[in-house]
Structures are given as structure tokens and as C-alpha cells.
Design a protein. Structure first.
Length: 351
């Protein structure tokens, strides 16, 4: 179990690791980094090289135990940035609990396992292990982040040559299949559904989801990078988290409810992590949308821009983490959302 602090730093490009200088300036070292969660300015699709560039720039500078999650696409007012979750075991006076996190990786997945039951099981096993390491209950967990692989054209061709049916014939579709398998693995691990229900969802059942799951896919890895964030009485720091879900891309009320709770506790929002997708029904609140029928711009890009604008306005800046494609991550057409916030120091306390 690692008590953590959160440091958010703007980036000038996918290969910008200047956040390490900011890290050193706060008294931490590279060895303290548990995870780097970044938004890069690529297209967020299969050929988004900004994710690969960011991973290549960061990973050799981090401990082997650290995981990176780079989500491509900063459409609209979203601003490229990185979020560093850093180990900090300092016990702050006046606090009897705090934010903790654990990171790990699944085994490498074979191409034929991507988007299949094997991926569900691999993610379930890793999340379960990390939850056990944290020593927290499911109710204390507010955010589970997974970066998972996708199927490239070469991998799809190799599977077909071996007479193996891939989870998807299209590389872009494979991203969604992989995200879905990861999200369902999270749901099983957190006790939100049984494995049988998860496999039914993988086959098309739409009413199984997790409001704490956030999964993104990329070609820059073969395994799944997993991060679990929770609150624990074993820590004593001012960071807290809340989670919920948006019912659709314009669900201001759901976000406002979380932010109102932060205000009620006297807290300050540090970051918002959200999933977004084009409603698969083709309409939002009864009005037709064109996100799924636009042949020029992928639907995930539309969704990130829409939800990113809403969340940026509520947070007050564009350095929010919005990831496109919310298969089984919150309700269909909406998406999971987690708010990390900081409580003020109690009277006489030392933060």
C-alpha cells in the first residue's frame, strides 16, 4: 500500500518530461513515482503516435514498478498534461485517512486474447491483487485505470493466417473491444458483476458496467497497465476522491453533484478523470447526434471534445483527463467520472 500525492503539470509536447523537474522541486524523486497518467495531443485512434512517443520518453526514466497510461486526444479546450501519482507516506496532522494507490501489470496478452475472456480474467486477477495489497474494501475504491493493447492490421492478418478469429476485424473496433474487456475485468474484481455476466456483456449485453472503471487502448504495449486508487485509514493525507457516472455527454447535474459534495467538505478540486462516448442509440435526450455517422472525425474525438468542454468549464481549466470510448465504463452514452480533491488543513494542523 502506498499513500500518494498528486502532481499535475502541463506539457509542451508528447515527449515533454519536464514534470520531473517540477517533481524534484517539491522534494520528491523519480523513484517515488507510482504512475504517470497523461493526455497527449494525437488523434486518440489506432495510429496515435503521440502515445508511443510519450511512453518512450517517460518509461525509461521511471522505476520498473511504475506504470504509464497515456490517453491520446486533446480536442477542443482539453489541454495536454501529465498527472503524477507519487508515493508520500507523510502522516499529516489532523487527518485520519487519505488517498492510496497501487500499480501493476497483467501478463502480456496474445493477440487472440485481446477483447476476449482471457483479457477479462487477466485484468480481474491483477486488479484483485492490487486491491488486496491496498487492504481496502470495494467501497473505498474510487478509480481503476487500465491501459490495454489493441489489434494492429498485422496482428489481425496473422490471426487469420493461423485460422484464429480475432475479436474484431477492424483495428479501430479492436480498441473498443479491448476497453470493454478491461472494464468488465474491473467490474468482476470489484464485485460489481459476476464473471458470467461479464462474458455476456462481452458478447453484447449492455447493462453491465463499472462507474469506477477507466480503460484506454493503444498500440504501444502488449500487456495491461493497471492502477487502483482508493481511500484508506492506513494513510493520513488531505487527498480524497469521489466517483459517479454521467448519464449522457451533457449530464451537468451528475458532475455538479460531485463538485457540490467537494464544496460541502470544504475541499479543492485537484483533478477530474472521466470517460466519454457517443451515445450508441444515436441520440442525446431525444435529439439526433451525428457523432457515429461522421466519416471525417471518429466518434471518440467528438465525445472527448464535448465532455472535455463541459468538465473544463466546471473545473475552471482545460487540464482535465477525458478519455474517449466508454464501453461498460458507466452507463451507455455516458461515462464514469472520478473527482480527486484536497481537504483544507485542520486548525493547527500541519500539511
Amino acid at each position: 500500500m502506498s499513500a500518494v500525492t498528486l502532481i499535475t503539470v502541463p506539457t509542451s509536447g508528447p515527449d515533454d518530461t519536464g514534470a520531473l523537474d517540477a517533481l524534484a522541486g517539491t522534494g520528491y524523486g523519480t523513484g517515488d513515482v507510482l504512475s504517470v497518467i497523461g493526455k497527449t495531443e494525437g488523434n486518440g485512434c489506432v495510429n496515435d503516435f503521440s502515445r508511443t512517443l510519450a511512453a518512450a520518453a517517460w518509461e525509461h526514466q521511471l522505476p520498473d514498478s511504475a506504470v504509464t497510461v497515456f490517453s491520446g486526444g486533446t480536442e477542443g479546450v482539453l489541454s495536454p498534461h501529465v498527472n503524477l501519482l507519487v508515493r508520500d507516506e507523510t502522516r499529516h496532522d489532523g487527518f485520519d485517512r487519505g488517498l492510496v494507490a497501487a500499480a501493476g501489470r497483467t501478463r502480456p496478452l496474445e493477440p487472440g486474447e485481446v477483447g476476449r475472456a482471457e483479457q477479462v480474467d487477466a485484468v480481474t486477477d491483477t486488479v484483485s491483487t492490487l486491491v488486496s495489497e491496498l487492504g481496502v474494501s470495494s467501497d473505498d475504491i474510487h478509480f481503476v485505470l487500465v491501459k490495454c493493447p489493441l489489434l494492429t492490421s498485422d496482428k489481425i492478418a496473422a490471426l487469420r493466417a493461423a485460422d484464429v478469429q480475432p475479436a474484431a476485424d477492424d483495428t479501430y473496433e479492436s480498441m473498443g473491444r479491448s476497453r470493454a474487456a478491461s472494464a468488465l475485468g474491473i467490474a468482476v474484481a470489484l464485485g460489481e458483476c459476476e464473471r458470467a455476466s461479464a462474458l455476456e456483456a462481452l458478447a453484447g449485453r449492455g447493462d453491465v458496467s463499472s462507474a469506477r472503471a477507466s480503460a484506454s487502448a493503444g498500440a504501444e504495449l502488449e500487456d495491461c497497465h493497471v492502477l487502483v486508487v482508493a481511500e484508506s485509514e492506513a494513510a493520513a493525507n488531505p487527498l480524497r476522491a469521489l466517483h459517479g457516472e454521467m448519464s449522457d455527454a451533457i449530464d451537468v447535474a451528475a458532475v455538479r453533484a460531485l463538485l457540490d459534495e467537494v464544496d460541502r467538505r470544504g475541499g479543492t478540486v485537484r483533478q477530474i478523470f472521466a470517460k466519454a462516448e457517443a451515445d450508441p442509440a444515436g441520440a442525446v435526450r431525444g435529439l439526433r447526434h451525428t457523432m457515429l455517422t461522421d466519416s471525417d472525425v471518429n466518434s471518440t474525438r467528438h465525445a472527448r471534445a464535448a465532455v472535455g468542454g463541459l468538465l473544463s468549464a466546471l473545473k475552471g481549466d482545460g487540464a482535465v483527463y477525458v478519455s474517449g470510448g466508454a464501453e461498460h465504463q458507466g452507463r451507455p452514452g455516458g461515462g464514469s467520472i472520478t473527482v480527486v480533491f484536497e481537504l483544507p488543513s485542520p486548525a493547527g494542523g500541519d500539511v
